[in-house]
Design a protein around this ligand. Structure first.
Ligand SMILES: Cc1ncc(COP(=O)(O)O)c(C=O)c1O
Length: 395
């Protein structure tokens, strides 16, 4: 078969590849601890499941308006208004079957061939992949470990050109767990207004945080009209398989996204949408989120303390998300070799930092989406592996 050349520009998410390799190894009888995939291991809270069953039983099994059921868009608008402390209208909300669609549709709607998109490095690989796919030019902005995986804002400013059209930010961040400080958001907002840029703010991890987050960028004056917020239920409510994402954006853009939905998936599943109201508004859902976050905190503390005991490995304490991103340069192994060998020799599935961009080289990503006993066992296996593989690593 002959394929369109654009397919050569489309990347992938190595988490899915590593998961497939890990499953193959498991099929041969090897024990593998899964720290590769960014998916909460908890069950979806039962009140949300009950809401979906009830919706199905009452006939919510048909198409909905492409941008989402009006009451669902209202509920999302209300929840976002609570987050930002500014008004958000239902017609600024677009509901999609998975939040990646918001990114894809934003690029398709707003970015021309050759326009430049600034994106975090290391960052969620789909940013780069879809930017390349639509024919735009990716301008990675390095994140620095010594800044808590933040940007150097002078370096950011030096990347701006007359072709810069969009800036993608992700706070809390995958893969580092970093959070963009308020002062950097202020400066970003200032620059976005000055240079007439769009900001795509990926806030999918905003509820999985262990302290207070700064006010979101779109709540600053002049920013709601140039920000596309990407969010969804996947991470917050352990609902990755439900495929329910959403975006909040200027109304004119929401209309374009609606047309793109009409031409692609038509709409998100009706009963999933109705369950989203329960997720966003019920007290029981909030209690479940708080329980999950405190369990993530316990795991984070154990994992990071354990990693920091291993010679040649050093790990910052992530302020949010469920990822740790240790620096493994001191082991003398490349991050790619370390990730490959950890899976094959030690039975611990992790991702090499370079899967998230060039600046991720020298790091590995561990998702603490496995229970504490697994995390403790993973630490034992990693320590044993590092000791055997790098006898000179004791620094
Ligand atoms: C930073 C980030 N954004 C977006 C997504 C996509 O989430 P979903 O398509 O499940 O809504 C992910 C999933 O891993 C992510 O890590």
């Amino acid at each position: 078969m002959r394929f369109a050349s654009r397919m050569n520009r489309l990347g992938t998410e190595s988490a899915f590849e590593v998961l497939a390799q890990a499953r193959k190894l498991e099929a041969t009888g090897k024990s593998v601890i899964h720290l590769e995939i960014g998916e909460p291991d908890f069950d979806t809270p039962s009140n949300i499941m009950e809401a979906a069953y009830a919706a199905m039983k009452s006939g919510a099994t048909h198409y909905t308006p492409a941008a989402g059921l009006p009451q669902v868009r209202e509920a999302i608008a209300a929840s976002m208004a609570r987050r930002g402390g500014v008004p958000v209208a239902a017609d600024q909300v677009v509901v999609v079957p998975g939040s990646k669609n918001i990114l894809h549709f934003a690029l398709l709607s707003c970015v021309e061939d050759g326009d430049e998109v600034i994106l975090p490095d290391p960052g969620y690989p789909v940013y780069r992949s879809l930017t390349d796919f639509v024919g735009a030019v990716a301008r990675p902005i390095p994140l620095h470990e010594e800044r808590g995986f933040g940007m150097d804002m002078d370096e950011f400013e030096s990347l701006l050109s007359p072709r810069t059209r969009m800036v993608i930010i992700n706070s809390p961040q995958n893969p580092t767990g970093g959070v963009i400080p308020a002062a950097d958001l202020d400066r970003l907002a200032e620059l976005a207004i000055k240079h007439d840029l769009l900001v795509l703010s990926d806030e999918i991890y905003s509820r999985i945080c262990f302290g207070d987050l700064p006010r979101p960028i779109w709540s600053r004056p002049g920013m709601a009209e140039r920000t596309i917020v990407l969010d969804g239920l996947s991470k917050t409510y352990a609902m990755c398989g439900w495929r329910l994402g959403y975006g909040v954006m200027p109304r004119e853009l929401a209309k374009h996204m609606e047309t793109l939905l009409i031409n692609t998936s038509s709409c998100a599943a009706a009963f999933t949408q109705l369950a989203a109201i329960e997720a966003l508004e019920a007290e029981a859902s909030e209690i479940s989120v708080q329980k999950m976050v405190s369990e993530f905190r316990r795991r984070r503390d154990t994992l990071v303390a354990g990693l920091n005991q291993i010679p040649g490995v050093s790990c910052l304490l992530p302020g949010a998300s469920f990822y740790a991103f240790p620096n493994v340069r001191g082991t003398g192994l490349s991050s790619r070799e370390m990730a490959d060998r950890l899976l094959r020799e030690a039975g611990v599935a992790v991702l090499a930092g370079e899967a998230f961009g060039d600046a991720g080289r020298g790091y590995i990503r561990l998702a603490y989406t496995a229970g504490l006993p697994d995390i403790q066992e993973a630490l034992v296996r990693i320590a044993r592996f590092v000791e055997a593989a790098t006898p000179t690593a004791v620094l």
